[in-house]
Design a protein around this ligand. Sequence first.
Ligand code: CP
Length: 324
Amino acid sequence: MFLYSFKMHNLISMQDIKKKDAEEIFHRAKFMENVCNFKAGYDKWNGKILVNLFFEPSTRTRMSFEIAMLRLKGRVSNFAEKLSLTSLEKGENLTDTIRTIDSYCDILVIRSPKAGTAKYASEIAEHPIINAGDGSNQHPTQALLDIYTIKKLKGKISGLNIALIGDLKFGRTVHSLLYGLAMFNASITLISPNDLRMPSFIIDGVKNINKNENIRIKEIYDKDKDINKTIKEGNFDVIYLTRIQKERFADIEEYEDVKDTYKITKSIISDNTIVMHPLPRLNEIDREIDNTKNAAYFAQAKNGVPVRMAIIDYLMENFYKDRK
Ligand code: CP
């Protein structure tokens, strides 16, 4: 039924993912849509247990992982709703927590405010680890579902004119997405306030990984520039907005200074432009766009379930094949 398997047991960062891995996940996600719609059955992971270990708030990622595992006929346990009810409150360290939970389950999904937590967990856990967001570092499952959504709506990624707009410094979704879009050869424009530019180490990392390709990344970072004119004239196939990440600012005044820099309205986008956002959103997208064919953000959130089903399926399959 599936194309092939590689030995990818963990999903920590988009840097680790080969194009073939991503394509295999997209191929499986298409099949998983049929499982979600009851057009196909799939019970390979019947009884296996996924643990959601979330140390930061989440609606979409935690819920869609839970639903994904349930659709795969597996079971789910969520680490306590309140961390104050766990032994972390008694001073237990993260290492002991991860080792213990790893011994109870078959796959772990981790979200943490600290960059590197998922990678660390993958070094001490026996079972597959999925990074559901680590600080302002990476959110690779979001990038995969974003690219899957663009491919579904636009039929391709290569050659598309895509703008990433907003908090490109602290936004982990756009860090992961930049790696993924470059891998599929999109033409990328980065638009942000000067203080919230995409970190240069990420742009350099993307160029380094794709050094044999003609990577097209352009930056526009003047806060006072006429952004509406830039967007109108850019005639983008995809506009990907991000929330300014208030929780990552050390100085609240700096946040107040940039918080409402961007607001996309219907009048400044082309008929064929799709507007995406990982959500939650604040004021970045005018709600008049919600009921137009430009709005892709709810379709994007919906795709989170089949794509995460495909990720769980792929990692678990590789893990059990190698364990034999
Ligand atoms: N996109 C995303 O990560 O949303 P949540 O924070 O609701 O999981």
